[in-house]
Design a protein around this ligand. Structure first.
Ligand SMILES: Nc1ncnc2c1ncn2[C@@H]1O[C@H](COP(=O)(O)OP(=O)(O)OP(=O)(O)O)[C@@H](O)[C@H]1O
Length: 262
């Protein structure tokens, strides 16, 4: 069982191979509850693969991922969502022909307690869940600043609002840990500043945040700790200040030998 000292998520000696390619090589790190952890590294370093392993898309070749003390190995994706891990995608994956509100309601469905039977017969408990779900969804849209777009089709929202909607939908699944895959991609500098504030607000609401992001200013400005991957290996872990001055990290980003960078 987990307690206050156990990280909410523990990645333990995680190795993941695609045929002959080792995308993750013996990677270990943890995230504490309430933390914003950045996962960074050059293109192809294994960041998205790590997200995919955490969310049950890929099964580890070896090693383990533990969430609140429980192994996720062999656990199905929908069950991992139910356990409390949500994510957004590098390429936006909304339901384009549904409204913004409906997209969030779909997210909320993941946590519904009533089954198919009560849904089919619209039993009172199911109706109450629907009403609560609607209110919660509107509140999440408001939190993300897009409530005025609630009834618009997702496809008609601006790019930035679609990204914000993705985060609202992920939050609607009632997660404890929310994994954001490059949420600032395509954002202008002003939107990035707003996103930084939003990520802090998400954490202040009680979520733990795992963030993949290429924008260094954003990562350095918003995270408590950073894990750096290069060629599937963990090469550094520390506070933003420690990571900024780490010769191995500088070398990885500049593509030079570590000795030359120090
Ligand atoms: N489904 C897959 N099949 C085969 N190889 C894959 C698959 N997914 C990822 N890879 C490979 O695994 C390595 C890590 O990829 P990954 O997408 O995790 O990197 P990343 O750090 O997220 O990169 P980026 O910043 O470019 O998104 C890359 O060499 C990639 O080509």
């Amino acid at each position: 069982m987990s307690d206050a000292t156990t990280p909410i998520l523990e990645v333990q000696n995680l190795t993941l191979k695609f045929g002959g390619l080792t995308a993750l090589d013996d990677v270990s790190f943890g995230i504490k509850e309430g933390e914003i952890l950045g996962l960074i590294g050059p293109n192809g370093a294994g960041k998205t693969t790590c997200f995919n392993a955490v969310t049950g898309v890929y099964r580890p070749t070896s090693g383990d991922i533990r969430f609140q003390g429980r192994s996720l190995t062999g656990v199905k994706r929908y069950r991992i969502t139910q356990l409390g891990i949500a994510r957004t995608f590098q390429n936006i994956r909304l339901f384009p022909s549904m409204t913004a509100l409906e997209n969030v309601l779909v997210g909320a469905d993941a946590q519904h307690k009533t089954g198919m039977f009560s849904a089919l017969f619209r039993l009172p408990r199911h109706r109450a869940e629907e009403r609560d779900g609607h209110e919660r969804a509107m509140e999440l849209l408001r939190f993300m600043g897009i409530h005025k777009r609630a009834d618009e089709l997702a496809a008609n929202l601006s790019y930035g609002d679609q990204r914000r909607l993705e985060i609202a939908r992920a939050m609607a699944t009632g997660p404890k840990l929310i994994c954001l895959d490059e949420p600032a991609a395509g954002f202008n500098p002003q939107e990035k500043v707003q996103l930084m504030e939003l990520i802090r607000k998400v954490r202040d609401r009680g979520f733990t945040v795992l963030l993949i992001e290429h924008d260094m200013r954003l990562v350095m400005g918003v995270t408590d700790r950073i894990v750096v991957l290069e060629f599937g290996r963990l090469i550094a872990e520390g506070t933003p200040a420690e990571i900024r001055d780490n010769p191995a990290v500088i070398a990885a980003y500049l593509g030079v030998d570590e000795e030359d960078a120090s």
